[in-house]
Design a protein around this ligand. Sequence first.
Ligand code: ZN
Length: 198
Amino acid sequence: MKVQAKTKLPTVWGIFYMYAFSDLQNEPMPHLALLRNFDPSKPCLVRVHSECITGDLMGSTRCDCGDQFKSSMQKIGSEGGILLYLRQEGRGIGIINKMKVYNVQDEKGLNTVDANVHLGFEPDERTYETAVEMLKFFGLEQIRLLTNNPEKVEFLQKAGIEVIERVPVSGIVRSENKSYLKAKRDLMGHFLDLKDGQ
Ligand SMILES: [Zn+2]
């Protein structure tokens, strides 16, 4: 995997520099890194965000990904840091299967974990090797990680990236995503405070 292109990207959260990482020169869905004002001498603020087209782009309220993406970009926009955008849609099962999982949830009343298992997938098929490779490319060994996911912290630590602080990333609790967030907290061990109107 190498950097195939980089460019300046002005955003509503400030000017970022975007890097595209892939093995192939014309890869249609490369992993992306969005950097803003980071100081390599200090532990860098990092968000490792897995693609969620419905949440990030379409405003879906079935999950909290869009809120997490925006609040991470805002925080990195003001403090400096890096957001890695990993192409592992739907916790690694792709958009088509994710849509099928949504149908199973609606039809059978299953939670997000059981619906994945019902369709023959692991509850979470994501992996963070590419994130480690990208962080090492930027020379980052000590980070402050924006996440609620203990598995992500553990994976990075084991791969030699020292997470010196876990910075919580808050989403908005809505009636549509409350049971999804509860499943993430209770079945997947995410650190979430589910008070309404947060
Ligand atoms: Zn999502």
